[in-house]
Design a protein around this ligand. Sequence first.
Ligand SMILES: C[S@@+](CC[C@H](N)C(=O)[O-])C[C@H]1O[C@@H](n2cnc3c(N)ncnc32)[C@H](O)[C@@H]1O
Length: 249
Amino acid sequence: MSTKVDFSKVGFADFQRMAGDANLSRYEKIGFPDTYRKGHEQDIFGDICAKLTNLSRTEMRVLDIGPGCSDLPQYLIDLCAQQGHVLALMDGEEMLAQLPDSDAVSKIDAIFPDCPDFLAQERGCIDVILCYSVLHYVFDEGCVFKFLDHALDLLSPGGQMLIGDIPNVSKRKRFFASDTGIAFHRAFMKTDESPDVQFNVPDTGHIDDAVMFGLVQRARNAGFDAYIVPQGENLPMANRREDILIVRS
Ligand SMILES: C[S@@+](CC[C@H](N)C(=O)[O-])C[C@H]1O[C@@H](n2cnc3c(N)ncnc32)[C@H](O)[C@@H]1O
């Protein structure tokens, strides 16, 4: 693991600073040690495309909230070009500057949902929203329900949103309290000790089952279909992260 950045403490402003830091790899710029993403992003993108089936259609309007600057947004840019989609990438200016420019891609320097013009222009018009490995930063710095409400407002009829790669501390605890999780921990940490898992304690700053189910219920109450879905087993953090898929009928 890199010692250059404490990835547990980064926020939106840190991401913008990290984006321009030539000492960081493209994975470290988005808050991941190389081992968590290098060699895995093609599988991650495959998992995303299997859930966001509108991406395989043509001439869709696509929004990526928090694309970062590793290979994932490049895969999305290439797919959108191939399928004739219109793609909007929303992130900080420094992060967006790491990504190539093209006519079919608009870059929006904003922290979602603080983008009133975009929200007004695109209301009910977006066929695909991807928000991958971003929600925990919103949870830390903003309001996930406000974030969700504004994102739902953008979806077109038949539109799909994937809030992906959500670190759910409840799922993490279940895993590390299991025989499989204990064996995983011992092998990974090269120790005979069991992981320290504490139930019935406040998990300040962490998304848990209550937040996951709250988001799903909130979306359903707003008239959308919403599901908590697992990540493919081949993904690097599938044992402690999961996704929320939302569909407008
Ligand atoms: C962990 S990185 C994930 C990047 C990319 N989605 C991926 O999974 O490879 C989080 C990214 O989200 C951006 N971000 C965080 N909060 C955001 C918000 N409210 N609106 C737009 N971008 C945001 C950060 O600047 C950063 O680029």
